[in-house]
Design a protein around this ligand. Structure first.
Ligand code: AMP
Length: 468
């Protein structure tokens, strides 16, 4: 088996990897590190979770160490462009870890923070700068920074940068960096616009294409509720409070909503039921987003409701469940979303809520990703609960078939569902779970047999990734 030491990396980098506890390189690291060390341009078709950050960071750190160049005034030697503040911050953390013994200076600049502070910290230049394109150009326009010192340029999640409207910024940045440089270009998908961008940025790049480690996705079990749109909130509350048991033990639950407003609404309604959750989306300030992530990471608030853009690239270990409150209308997004669980060798559960008007999305996901769902039944008398006593009121005692005895401590929420007063996630003992195979054509909320969870549980199969 290939080891990091076989790839030509230096001792300080190998020692830093040792400290991180990484023993074997991932496929993208195996393929990308040798050509990057040689100074070749690279086109990596890969998404988060494949180990791509180390794939570009490790050899670049060595190249920066080897060259005698000094830190340029108001510029940087390596520039990494990332679409979101969260991803940029994460890359910076990795860069500091990997470069800990290499003595390189790492800085990060993202929107939503003080520009003045950024000006000051970049005044003397830096070895490695990780930046979102908007903030970077702000500083360039203010003459507080320039790109003339760039030796290595990385574009990470380029497709996402285009989705966020950074095309003009990227074209401009290409004009500002020196012709003589190395470019490492990463994208999960390769639409036409990305190909054009690649040809503008890269010079005869080595192409490396990987899907996320198969074992990761195979460890994600995928489940489906067919549920009416106006029942989703009630179902979510029943699940999170443990009143309607779903497979797996809650540790951290990442919930996806389609819109910022939708994410806020879910959080607010959960709060009204004593279930603490945070929202993360583009309308939140940078400190709010960081706090939500920190609280989620530390397990202080174990439920995070996110939109796609905010969640892209989030790498938090211990996400036990990804809950698709709204189905994404782009199948690849489904793969990205559920890839937030089953990280670092753990198992993961993905649960989708599909309403009548989302069936086309579900079909698209099944057609384009090979996802297979085990269908879960709604709680007994669920419609009556929703209609009779209001969507957020818990079902009357005994309304669900999950007996009180079986549902041990409530996983989330204080009042009135009981459980955990500080909102911290509690681990529950494993319970046997049953599900039946989902059929996209099934009845919405279909539970003719009266809500019992029945049938055979089957592992969901691995979805094909966007990268093919
Ligand atoms: P990335 O795709 O860069 O976002 O990395 C996904 C996760 O894998 C991060 O938590 C990395 O720290 C971790 N990782 C990267 N390379 C390795 C490796 N060779 N062995 C184990 N974990 C790794």
């Amino acid at each position: 088996m290939t080891q990091f030491s076989d790839l030509g990396l230096s001792q300080p980098v190998l020692q830093a990897l040792d400290l991180k506890g990484y023993s074997t390189p991932t496929p993208i690291q195996q393929q990308a590190i040798p050509p990057v060390l040689e100074g070749r341009d690279l086109l990596g078709i890969a998404q988060t979770g494949t180990g791509k950050t180390a794939a570009f960071m490790l050899p670049s750190i060595d190249r920066l160490r080897e060259s005698d160049n000094r830190i340029p005034f108001k510029s940087c030697r390596m520039l990494v462009l990332a679409p979101t503040r969260e991803l940029a911050t994460q890359i910076a953390t990795s860069a500091k870890d990997y470069g800990a013994l290499a003595g390189l200076k790492v800085q990060v600049i993202v929107g939503g923070t003080s520009v003045n502070k950024d000006r000051n910290k970049l005044h003397r230049g830096t070895d490695i700068l990780i930046a979102t394109p908007g903030r970077l150009l702000d500083l360039v326009d203010q003459k507080a920074f320039n790109l003339s010192g760039v030796e290595v340029l990385v574009l990470d999640e380029a497709d996402q940068m285009l989705d966020l409207g950074f095309i003009h910024a990227l074209r401009r940045i290409n004009q500002l960096v020196p012709q003589e440089r190395q470019t490492l270009f990463f994208s999960a998908t390769m639409p036409k616009q990305i190909k054009e961008l690649v040809s503008g940025y890269c010079n005869d790049p080595v192409q490396v294409s990987v899907t996320p480690a198969a074992t990761t996705a195979e460890r994600i079990e995928q489940f489906l509720f067919m549920v009416q749109a106006d029942e989703k909130q009630a179902l979510l509350e029943l699940i999170l409070s443990g009143r309607h048991k779903v497979p797996g033990e809650f540790e951290r639950v990442l919930i996806f909503a389609r819109t910022k407003h939708g994410a806020d609404r879910v959080v607010k309604k959960l709060g009204q039921r004593g279930i603490e959750a945070n929202a993360i989306h583009g309308n939140k300030s940078q400190p709010q987003r960081q706090r939500a992530l920190d609280e989620f990471r530390r397990g202080k608030v174990g439920i995070l409701v996110a939109t796609d853009v905010a969640a892209r690239g989030i790498d938090i270990p211990g996400v036990s469940h990804v809950l698709n409150y709204d189905l994404p209308n782009v199948p690849e997004q489904y793969v990205h979303r559920i890839g937030r669980t089953a990280r670092a060798g753990k198992d993961g559960i993905a649960i989708a809520f599909c309403a009548e008007d989302e069936r086309a999305y579900l079909k698209d996901i099944q057609r384009n990703t090979d996802a297979e769902f085990d269908r879960l039944d709604l709680p007994e008398n669920f419609r009556a609960v929703v209609e009779g006593v209001g969507p957020t009121k818990p079902p009357p005692r005994g309304a669900t078939r999950v007996s009180k005895k079986k549902v041990r401590p409530k996983p989330f929420g204080g009042r009135p569902g009981g459980g955990n007063p500080d909102g911290a996630p509690k681990r529950k003992p494993k319970q046997k779970h049953q599900a039946r195979k989902g059929r996209p054509g099934g009845r919405p909320g279909g539970n003719p047999g009266g809500g019992r969870q029945g049938g055979n549980r089957r592992r969901g199969s691995r979805p094909r990734s966007a990268a093919g």
